[in-house]
Design a binder for this molecule. Structure first.
Ligand code: MG
Length: 266
């Protein structure tokens, strides 16, 4: 999930970061399971159910359920839906759709949060490129999680890569610090905010970086359900997110699966 509220920055101990790694491994386990089972004809509610069951099997609580009244286990956003889509029994996946799945858990007092956008079967070249560019932008942002850098270094890396490819980054929703709260400071925008001062990255900071990238305009609107964010021009949108700890040895991607290849940047 992504909010714009101001919260204080809380650094974590090595032991806390290890718990957060375990929490995020449950999150990425859910995302991997959903990606492997994604197929035309499934309802988005089925994905939501599987996510809930996986959580239960792994001793974690789905973090979004009930958050400010959110009604689902996961946020599932199809095509022009950007973020915060609500699962439905009626919404069936079709070949060529792209499905953004954002999932979070609470585990032993800490939160994990990650997102991926999954193609259903064969998708258009345009959609495939949108997914690639968004995932690349996330990885370039992660590379800036260095002690002494500023948050704006992350924002700049994401924005430059996205705009170089003719796409746009959403302004209204941003990444965030994460820990014993789902959303903590600092905000991690996906665009450079002019003269606004930006916090330094310090050891023990844990950040959820989550570019939301639109094929067309950066403008978005919220549907009548009060949650689902869609692109203003109804062109497709993609969303990728990782939770990352700033360590002396560099960025530690807590939600990266063990043995998982770093996409595109090997
Ligand atoms: Mg988030």
């Amino acid at each position: 999930m992504a909010t714009t509220e101001e919260k204080s920055i809380i650094v974590k101990t090595t032991a806390e970061i290890e718990i957060m790694r375990q929490a995020n491994q449950i999150v990425s386990g859910v995302l991997k399971m959903l990606a492997e089972n994604m197929s035309p004809g499934l309802s988005t509610m089925q994905l939501d159910k599987w996510a809930g069951e996986y959580c239960q099997d792994h001793g974690a609580l789905p973090a979004f359920l009930g958050y400010r009244g959110f009604p689902g286990n996961l946020c599932v956003s199809v095509n022009e839906e950007v973020v915060h889509g609500i699962a439905s029994k009626k919404r069936r996946l079709r070949e060529g759709d792209i499905i953004s799945v954002d999932f979070g858990v609470r585990y032993q007092g800490f939160y994990g949060d990650a997102a991926i956008t999954i193609p259903v079967g064969a998708v258009s070249t345009k959609k495939k490129q949108l997914l690639d560019v968004t995932q690349q932008a996330l990885e370039l942002g992660i590379q800036q999680v260095k002690i002494g850098n500023r948050i704006t270094d992350i924002s700049r890396a994401v924005q430059q890569h996205v705009e170089k490819h003719g796409y746009s980054v959403v302004r209204e929703f941003v990444g965030h610090g994460i820990g014993s709260n789902l959303h903590e400071g600092p905000e991690v925008p996906n665009y450079v905010q002019g003269d606004k001062s930006s916090p330094r990255i310090v050891e023990g900071m844990v950040l959820a970086i989550e570019p939301m990238v639109n094929a067309g305009t950066h403008k978005v609107k919220v549907l009548k359900d009060g949650w689902t964010v869609v692109t203003a021009d109804r062109q497709p949108s993609a969303h990728f997110e990782h939770s990352i700890a700033a360590t002396a040895a560099g960025p530690l991607v807590l939600s990266r699966r063990e043995g998982e290849k770093v996409p595109f940047l090997a």
